[in-house]
Design a protein around this ligand. Structure first.
Ligand code: ATP
Ligand code: MG
Length: 239
């Protein structure tokens, strides 16, 4: 694990929970209910990956696969400016791709390989959200097995990208509140909550008071479990 690199989230507390930041060579799942801040964190790290290493970045670029149409250039500009980056340049270092359905999403990831192989500055791949199209297209119990199989393949492809190219993969997964009740129940888990069956790091994001959020590390292989508080501010993620 010596060569794993980290991308700061701009929250010391959240970085602490993550053992320094979002890791390369790993898929990190951010799961939580609507409005918990998953997309905000994805925007923040797409900016932060561009920072020089001494400021917590990888002097890299990001690929942002947007399945819900929630990528906001304005938000990127604001976050970049707050960190002293040129907003225009920051935007140009983030390639956002809108995925319109599961087949499109899968095809995009399959083609990423070529893109990444040609550009070793790409150090972060975001899929926000990785599950929404799958849930919409494969709803109903009779489709669960097919959905799970297709989603699994997709997720493992993402994990491989992270491992082969030494980059961070971050996926989001909207789950309803109270996911605690689901733990240990794989039948409920089928695309229904956390992606427990895929290797990687899982972080639950919960709403707290106002702009405060709670991040909780869930069954990480090499990180202690725990909870921290961070904030979503007008300039981005902060303590
Ligand atoms: P979903 O599951 O619906 O996609 P999410 O977890 O991605 O939800 P986000 O979109 O990341 O949620 O978070 C939305 C929240 O972020 C808003 O409710 C607000 O509290 C906060 N937020 C968004 N933009 C700003 C901003 N410019 N300034 C301050 N807070 C903001
Ligand atoms: Mg979102």
């Amino acid at each position: 694990r010596a060569s794993v690199k980290k991308i700061t989230t701009s929250s010391q507390a959240l970085d602490g929970l993550l053992g320094g930041g979002i890791e390369t060579r790993t898929m990190t799942e951010l799961f939580g209910e609507f409005g918990s801040g998953k997309t905000q964190i994805c925007h923040q790290i797409s900016v932060n990956v561009q920072l020089p290493p001494e400021k917590g970045g990888l002097a890299g670029k990001a690929l942002y696969i947007d399945t819900e149409g929630t990528f906001r250039t304005e938000r990127i500009r604001a976050m970049a400016s707050a960190l002293g980056l040129d907003p225009k340049e920051a935007l140009s270092n983030i390639m956002s791709i809108r995925a319109i359905n599961t087949d499109h999403q899968i095809a995009i990831v399959e083609e990423l390989q070529d893109l990444i192989a040609k550009d070793d500055r790409i150090k972060l791949v975001v899929v926000d959200s990785v599950t929404s199209h799958f849930r919409a297209e494969y709803s109903g119990r009779e489709n669960l097995a097919a959905r799970q199989q297709k989603l699994n393949r997709h997720l493992h492809q993402l994990v491989r990208l992270a491992e082969i190219y030494d980059l961070a993969v971050v996926v989001t997964n909207q789950v309803m509140a109270r996911p605690d009740m689901f733990y240990g129940d794989p039948t409920v888990a089928v695309g229904g909550h956390t992606l427990y069956h895929v290797p990687g790091i899982r972080v639950q994001i919960k709403k707290s008071r106002g702009n405060r959020r709670i991040a909780r590390m869930v069954d990480a292989p090499h990180l202690p479990e725990g909870e921290v508080v961070f904030s979503i501010t007008n300039v981005g993620i902060r303590d």
